[in-house]
Design a protein around this ligand. Sequence first.
Ligand code: CO8
Length: 292
Amino acid sequence: MALFCRAAYLLLKPSRPVAACISAAARQYSSGGQYDYIIVEKRGEKQNVGFIQLNRPKALNALCDGLMSEVGQALDDFEADGGVGAIVITGSDRAFAAGADIKEMQNRTFQECYGGNFLSHWNRVSTVKKPVIAAVNGFALGGGCELAMMCDIIYAGEKAQFGQPEILLGTIPGAGGTQRLTRAVGKSLAMEMVLTGDKINAQEAKQSGLVSKICPVDQLVLEAIKCGEKIASNSKLVSAMAKEAVNAAYELTLAEGNRLEKRLFHSTFATEDRKEGMSAFVEKRQASFKDK
Ligand code: CO8
């Protein structure tokens, strides 16, 4: 496991507005900073997979505000890094994430939540252009399940458990749980999970279409990195188009989605990578994509 020179990715933790003033390139090479709640590395033989490990083990990776801000910063950096073609987000063997931080939310008022658009920055995970893979071992509950579902692909360890237990706390999912879960597993199972708070295991998650692969616990991250490497070996430009087209299936009618797909398909013909991919096939050689 090649440890990415962390300093290259870690910020000096300036306040968000100050950080925003520093260019992405400059931020990548700032040094001396340290994330408090996540570990950030580059993985894969070619160091082309961005790796984010949630690292708040005592709280089962409860997603406090600081942790999600750091995830957002790491994603910004990977998005700006031309060498990275896919991103893996994982937690620990015991917990991917046990949800939003209940202790942090406990005394919030409606006025604070509504007025301050509470936790709206979580959305960054679903707006990244590069493909994101969630590698879920252990609990993925509440916001943890929602975080996994914001990713493009979910791999589960054999002991993973998924759930939306917010109802047991007197609230409901607030980061897409009612929407993405329903689209992933269908109405009946989503309703049951959201209304009872019951969890499903990895096998049920696979059967219902929530996850695409189940792996042994100790192989999960390796498998997710392998998938990331496979994705990163393709054109990043065209991968972004493919991701945009698949995601459109969640938001558009079939006719609108097909139209968007066609436009994006046509657009690939404006890229050098499409030319290279087809030429390589005809010439019986490996394609060498330049992300152009
Ligand atoms: N928040 C804060 N702390 C947590 C959380 C959490 N979500 N989950 C676990 N912890 C802490 C516990 O308080 C405990 O800390 P301490 O040792 O200081 O008491 C530590 O983690 C270990 O937890 P347990 O002792 O409870 O461990 P168990 O193995 O007995 O149980 C469970 C594990 C089943 C995961 C249990 O901890 C649990 O039920 N956790 C809460 C799960 C939950 O309800 N999640 C949903 C939270 S609400 C939410 O996510 C809303 C999302 C809205 C997002 C909106 C964005 C816009």
